[in-house]
Design a protein around this ligand. Structure first.
Ligand SMILES: N[C@@H](CCC(=O)N[C@@H](CS)C(=O)NCC(=O)O)C(=O)O
Length: 225
């Protein structure tokens, strides 16, 4: 991969969606640069030409002259284009499709609900306890879905991976929000009963390509308080 030009990740390491893309870039050992922005710059040019939705991330690949947005679509592109050896994905049936189930669950189930919990707990100008409660309940529910599945995986396959017997991009996509729950989105919640989820997350965070980025995320949120 050394003859590749660095891919450009537009968006900070810290917020979960650009971080998710950085994790997959790092796991695939791809050269990349991070282009940092102020929050308000997402809603104006030149960023809007990269992502019409005005949110981070966008990914520019000078090797193929493509610009993409939406973290799930970016990760699909990285896997299709750069994971020919299936280091982080499966070519086999049904695993290839099962990984997509977890990918879409992350995009539609974990990301938006965990994000709303963080918003209503930390950023919304009024206190709306019913909204905080609703999204806290979703954090618990989504975590219990992962925990129950991982428990079955452990019993049946002897490992903590969402699909088959190895970690895929789908496992990795859950890392940023899972790390941000105790330090940002819901520090008041005790999720220790979900022991299989806890063991899975701990094993993901120990992967060398992930650890360095997770440390940056943790430091960013510690500094921000
Ligand atoms: N579904 C989008 C969500 C993107 C998103 O909400 N990004 C956040 C950072 S994690 C953002 O840009 N927030 C700033 C804002 O909402 O204005 C994706 O997965 O890329």
């Amino acid at each position: 991969m050394s003859d590749l030009k660095p891919l450009i990740l537009h968006g900070l390491i810290g917020p979960p969606n650009p971080t998710k893309v950085a994790l997959v870039l790092s796991e695939l050992d791809l050269p990349y640069e991070v282009r940092n922005y102020e929050h308000h710059e997402a809603k104006q040019e030149p960023f809007l030409s990269l992502n019409p939705n005005g949110r981070f991330p966008a990914l520019e690949d000078p090797n193929t002259d493509i610009v993409l947005w939406e973290s799930g679509a970016i990760i699909d592109y990285l896997i299709d284009t750069y994971d020919k050896a299936h280091k982080l994905s499966y070519a086999t049936f049904p695993e290839k499709h099962l990984a997509r189930c977890w990918e879409h669950f992350q995009m539609s189930g974990q990301g938006p609900y965990f994000g709303q919990k963080a918003w209503f707990s930390r950023l919304h100008p009024e206190k709306v306890p019913s909204a905080v409660d609703r999204y806290a309940a979703e954090i618990r529910r989504v975590t219990s879905v992962l925990d129950g599945h991982l428990k079955r995986q452990k019993e049946e396959q002897g490992n903590y991976c969402l699909v088959g017997d190895r970690v895929t991009y789908a496992d990795i996509m859950f890392v940023p929000w899972s790390v941000l729950v105790p330090i940002f989105a819901a520090p008041e919640m005790d999720l220790s009963e979900f022991e299989h989820y806890g063991a899975w997350l701990a094993s993901l965070v120990e992967r060398p390509a992930i650890k360095n980025i997770v440390d940056q995320v943790t430091n960013t949120y510690k500094v921000a308080g």
